[in-house]
Design a protein around this ligand. Structure first.
Ligand SMILES: [Zn+2]
Length: 186
């Protein structure tokens, strides 16, 4: 899915690539302070390395999703490698939500992933890309509408920009009266 069609002012915050110390912990503290729920697409290898942060995500009422074990690119590894990575991650994450890294995988894999809801996005924060200015991102954030799925990254590469962008985007959306929902499981 690339978003939801809904009449209410609801949006879906999502975070990819964690859980990691410091970055994910900062996000959790921020969401807690703002009293918001979000969905975290986790890498299996990071869940294995940082189980207590993964438990904290769940205990705060956020949703979790599978983002493969080690961030494999669906067009660059074999089908077996890719599907095994998802299964291996699922042993630790146990979610029916899946988001392909880079948003790319062969369409034919869909039928192997019937047990998952494949969750893409409608608004990309570009928190990972310093060549896109914060001003430009905030301008595009004005167009966020009902049912949009927003992507941020709780990884080290994005952390400095995430700390600037996330509070600004959330504050704008709260002022506009949006509520923040978790992506429903299958
Ligand atoms: Zn990712």
């Amino acid at each position: 899915m690339w978003g939801f069609s809904c009449p209410e002012k609801k949006i879906y915050l999502t975070f990819d690539d964690g859980p990691l110390p410091e970055v994910t912990e900062w996000v959790l503290d921020f969401l807690d302070k703002e009293k918001l729920q979000a969905t975290f697409f986790c890498l299996g290898k990071h869940v294995v390395a940082h189980p207590s942060i993964f438990e904290r995500i769940k205990s705060y009422g956020h949703a979790t999703g599978n983002h493969t074990f080690a961030h494999e690119h669906g067009l660059k590894v074999s089908k077996d490698t890719y599907l095994n990575s998802i299964e291996k991650a699922n042993e630790h994450i146990q979610s029916t939500l899946f988001r392909p890294p880079y948003g790319r995988m062969p369409r034919s894999y869909d039928r192997h992933l019937n047990n998952y809801s494949i969750v893409m996005w409608t608004w990309l924060s570009y928190d990972f890309d310093p060549s896109v200015s914060v001003e430009k991102i905030m301008k595009s954030a004005r167009d966020i509408r009902n049912g949009d799925i927003l992507v941020f990254h709780d990884n080290e590469k994005s952390f400095e920009r995430l700390k600037i962008l996330l509070p600004q985007v959330v504050s704008m959306l709260k002022e506009k009266g949006f509520s923040f929902e978790t992506i429903p499981s299958l």
